[in-house]
Unconditional design. Structure first.
Length: 149
């Protein structure tokens, strides 16, 4: 009989019985799902880090505070969409954590080195607004998807 149901006596399909497939098929699918999830988290971490680097270089240039607010909105959107995509607030925390760590590392430079994020209004909006945007994105995802996966 076709369709995945197992046949009982007399060739009649038994209700609720479905063929599982080849032995070990569930295990390989589980490994593939886990690998895709890990790669998704890694992509979100790298995307958050890329936003911090890009924003740090632009915030240190002649951009105004409005451009810095655009970068803040971008990290907020990345966090919310990461949480939505993975249905987990950890998906929002991944880009937020990498953004915050990298932005702070880029903000604190040893004496005599080139300053990337200046003490201008754009630099302050980038750092403070970005941290607030990342935190708000994680909070929004935490409220929408409260359970870790």
């Amino acid at each position: 009989m076709d369709g995945g149901a197992q046949e009982g006596p007399g060739g009649i399909a038994q209700p609720g019985s479905h063929a599982v497939g080849a032995p070990g098929a569930g295990a390989s699918r589980g490994r593939a799902d886990r690998a895709l999830t890990v790669l998704s988290y890694l992509a979100l971490v790298l995307f958050g880090a890329a936003q911090a680097v890009l924003g740090a270089f632009f915030a240190g240039s002649a951009l105004n505070a409005a451009a810095a607010v655009g970068f803040d909105a971008a990290i907020f959107a990345t966090c919310v969409l990461g949480g939505w995509g993975l249905r987990s607030w950890a998906g929002a925390a991944a880009p937020a954590a990498s953004w915050i760590v990298l932005a702070l590392v880029l903000a604190f430079v040893p004496s005599g080195e080139t300053v990337l994020i200046t003490a201008s209004s754009a630099g302050e909006w980038f750092l403070l607004g970005g941290a607030a945007g990342a935190a708000a994105g994680v909070l929004a995802a935490r409220l929408a998807w409260p359970h870790w996966r």
